[in-house]
Design a protein around this ligand. Structure first.
Ligand code: GLP
Length: 244
């Protein structure tokens, strides 16, 4: 779906999320959301905060799982995805803090495999993701599933691509300060969501969007695996869609 601009697209996605939350509330069920970081979803979160403050949308029945976190990373660091989510969403809504899940960047290396298995299990225990929202990195990564990721991969520790670290350099005050690793949900984890919405704005995303949507499926561009699923929608602005 192509929208005129990122704002209209973001409002549309936010309203779809709000509808899931409200439908579940009517039936006394939890809404389970897979959330993403990066510049792309910021306006979606802003609209959800507005719906909470101005229209009384409650997040009391919402359980969230974030896609990824840098490793190592202290949650209190300005660059952590914990800080990002607090700043853009969680600090402004009535979500129960116990319902928020973000991969833990403070684990010891040997603790990571058990943590990742438990993360997958928790998603399953609450009924699976109703909707997963995604951005896309210029390497074609979703979450932090970099080139080489398998389509059935699970939550795990990964090594970040050089281009991803260059793109993150500004947030960290230089590429050398960007962690070399991250913990990410796998492509297989993402695929289990009942709906997947990948968002991309701006002309700089148009080459990777063209590859993801029209390119040959390959682990070299992990987002091409989304071609395998019927539950995926690309939500784009005209600039990101300009090469399609
Ligand atoms: C990071 C995140 C991804 C995100 C990507 C794109 O690498 N781990 O989940 O999709 O950045 O970021 P942006 O939305 O800022 O372009």
């Amino acid at each position: 779906t192509v929208f005129k601009n990122p704002k209209e697209a973001s409002i549309n996605v936010a309203h779809r999320i709000a509808n899931i939350i409200k439908d579940k509330q009517k039936n006394n069920l939890n809404a389970v959301l897979g959330l993403a970081t990066g510049a792309t979803p910021i306006a979606v979160y802003a609209e959800l905060v507005r719906l909470h403050k101005e229209e009384g949308l409650s997040f009391k029945n919402v359980i969230t799982f974030n896609l990824d976190e840098y490793y190592p990373m202290q949650p209190t660091a300005a660059q952590s995805y914990v800080s990002f989510m607090n700043e853009h969403l969680f600090d402004h809504i009535d979500i129960d803090k116990n319902n928020i899940h973000i991969p833990d960047g403070t684990l010891k290396l040997e603790e990571i495999p058990a943590f990742c298995l438990a993360y997958e299990r928790k998603i399953g225990d609450v009924g699976g993701l109703d909707m997963q929202i995604l951005g896309i990195g210029r390497t074609g990564h979703i979450g932090f599933n970099e080139p080489g990721s398998a389509p059935n991969s699970g939550t795990r520790l990964v090594t970040l691509d050089d281009l991803t670290r260059r793109d993150a350099a500004r947030d960290f005050g230089g590429k050398s300060f960007v962690p070399t690793k991250a913990i990410t949900m796998g492509i297989g984890t993402i695929f289990k969501a009942r709906e997947i919405v990948l968002m991309a704005w701006n002309r700089k995303k148009s080459p990777i969007i063209k590859k993801a949507v029209e390119g040959e499926m390959s682990s070299e561009v992990p987002a091409t695996y989304l071609q395998l699923s019927d539950n995926v929608e690309f939500v784009l602005d005209e600039d990101a869609a300009s090469m399609l």
